[in-house]
Design a protein around this ligand. Structure first.
Ligand code: ATP
Ligand code: MG
Length: 493
């Protein structure tokens, strides 16, 4: 097999946590496999002490296969007896290796500690079809019960409809981990407090994007137009509307008030074309005769200055939080209460059958690690190294499980992934986790200065000319907004 590049080699270091970020076909899985064997061959760590996680059963099987192939390859050239013996030993024990999906790993933990996890030692794992049916039964049971308390739930059902509520409940049941924090959030705050939070966040975002100097310029322009005798607007319908909007914006002085922003947003729509371009003349705002030349000049300048506002509201709320948001908060609280009932029912149904669902494997493993310190310590000590492939597909719950295996060591983790291959939402992957874990590894240092933060840029699959073409194409398409943690920036392949 070809030699590793210098950067790939750096990823084999075992004196620190390593995070490898690299595109498709850059040898990420290869390094993980090389590292896995390096550890077993050179550190003589027992095979049961190295955990390797990946995201599909197929990928896990492939990884075992790649380890076996590499071992065979090494055995062909290795002449030293002691080393050969070790290689053969590893080869023979590959079936007990901890190379699996995170779900399979959790299942293994729960089988080892069923009592501590509060499970029937013979628990079964339902297929997605089975758990889906059971969830539907729990939902139907609770909808029935709610039918007998119509007064209490009537608003919730009127707003969303029973069918939508069923769908929402099913999604929430599959996302129980996220629901825990949402529930906590609602439990710890009143509706008014939540509304205030949302409002403050809005004011902060809008305020940062359009600081007072900028909105003052707009207000001055508006003032200069509106102050001049407005009978110039001589009854022309559009001009009259514009004057009204200008005046209502000018009346708003308080940037911490919703109306300030709402009138600014409406004015930005009024003062720009439907394609969010600036007006070049008075044609669309009542015609030349409606305004004085000075007004027209100011209107055109105002129109130009309004473009960023009109653009901003295309990707941000186009109104400050208001009464609709207050109502939505109330409904969500109601919905969460109903969800709690369904969750209770679903849990009972599963318990009565001694079954867990797919998500339970992770949730119960997490609970076991969180609640039982003795078990956590034992498991954390068992694993000397933890390696995770396809880390871009790791969600908060999965990282939390991995993190609890740390046991106070600062060189245990090796994660590798390609943020661009992450599809948010698919099996609950969350690309933000990758970024935050890199920060954790780097500690006080900036991520880019941290030696364990490695980026691979040489791909072994693409042809060079295709590469150049794609780089050129995507450089222009993939621009990141600084404040959007969901977006992934462009890096050349
Ligand atoms: N240093 C190298 N020299 C030559 N070929 C290499 C090198 N490193 C890896 N390769 C080859 O490149 C191919 C892709 O490697 P690998 O599957 O490890 O990439 P990956 O980054 O994990 O890809 P993916 O993004 O699809 O998971 C493999 O055939 C591997 O053997
Ligand atoms: Mg790979």
């Amino acid at each position: 097999m070809e030699n590793l590049t210098e950067k790939q080699e750096a990823a084999l270091a075992r004196d620190k946590n390593i995070a490898v970020t690299a595109g498709a076909g850059t040898g990420k899985t290869r390094i993980l496999v090389d590292r896995y064997l390096d550890i077993l061959l050179h550190d003589t760590v027992d095979i049961r002490r190295v955990l390797a996680i990946t995201y599909t059963t197929k990928a896990a099987a492939e990884m075992v296969e790649r380890v076996a192939v590499k071992l065979d390859h090494l055995l062909q050239t290795e002449r030293e007896n002691k080393k050969r013996k070790r290689m053969l030993e590893i080869r023979n024990r590959l079936s007990s290796a901890y190379i699996s999906t995170i779900h399979a790993f959790c299942n293994r933990l729960l089988r080892e500690y069923p009592v501590e996890a509060g499970l029937d030692p013979d628990f079964g794992v339902m297929t997605e079809m089975q758990s889906g049916l059971l969830a539907e039964q729990a939902i139907a049971d609770e909808l029935n019960r709610a039918g007998g308390e119509a007064d209490r739930w009537i608003n919730l059902f009127r707003i969303f409809g029973a069918e939508n509520i069923s769908k929402m409940l099913k999604i929430c049941l599959a996302r129980r981990y996220e629901m825990i924090s949402i529930r906590r959030f609602f439990d710890s705050r009143s509706d008014t407090e939540i509304f205030d939070d949302i409002m403050n966040e809005f004011l902060q975002r809008a305020g940062e994007r359009f600081p007072v100097e900028k909105t003052d310029i707009l207000r001055l322009l508006v003032k200069s137009i509106a102050e001049e005798s407005t009978d110039a607007a001589c009854g022309h319908e559009k001009a009259v509307v514009v004057v009204q909007k200008l005046e209502s914006f000018y009346e708003q002085e308080d940037r911490s008030h919703a109306e300030f922003w709402n009138t600014l947003f409406t004015l930005s729509l009024q003062m720009t074309t439907s394609k969010r371009k600036a007006y070049r003349n008075a044609g669309s705002i009542g015609g030349k005769s409606s305004w004085s030349p000075a007004q027209i000049e100011a209107l055109i300048r105002l129109s130009e200055q309004m473009i960023p506002v009109a653009e901003w509201i295309q990707t941000n709320p186009s109104r400050a939080p208001g009464s609709t948001d207050r109502m939505v908060i109330e409904h969500i609280r109601n919905f969460i209460e109903f969800y709690e009932r369904v969750l209770g029912r679903y849990t009972l149904l599963k318990q009565s059958l001694s079954q867990v669902d797919f998500e339970d494997l992770q949730l119960l493993a997490l609970e076991l690690l969180q609640r039982n310190e003795a078990v956590r310590e034992k498991i954390a000590n068992q694993f000397r190294y933890v390696m995770i492939d396809e880390f871009q597909d790791t969600n908060g719950l999965q990282w939390e499980i991995a993190r609890l295996l740390e046991g106070g060591m600062t060189d245990k983790y090796f994660i590798v992934g390609d943020p661009k291959q992450s599809i948010y939402g698919f099996r609950g992957a969350d690309v933000r986790v990758f970024e935050s874990v890199k920060k954790i590894f780097a500690g006080k240092q900036p991520v880019n200065d941290y030696e364990g933060n490695i980026t691979l840029d040489q791909t072994f699959r693409f042809k060079e000319n295709l590469n150049t073409f794609f780089n050129h194409l995507f450089m222009n398409v993939l621009n990141v907004e600084d404040d959007n943690p969901w977006q992934v920036g462009y890096e050349p392949l």
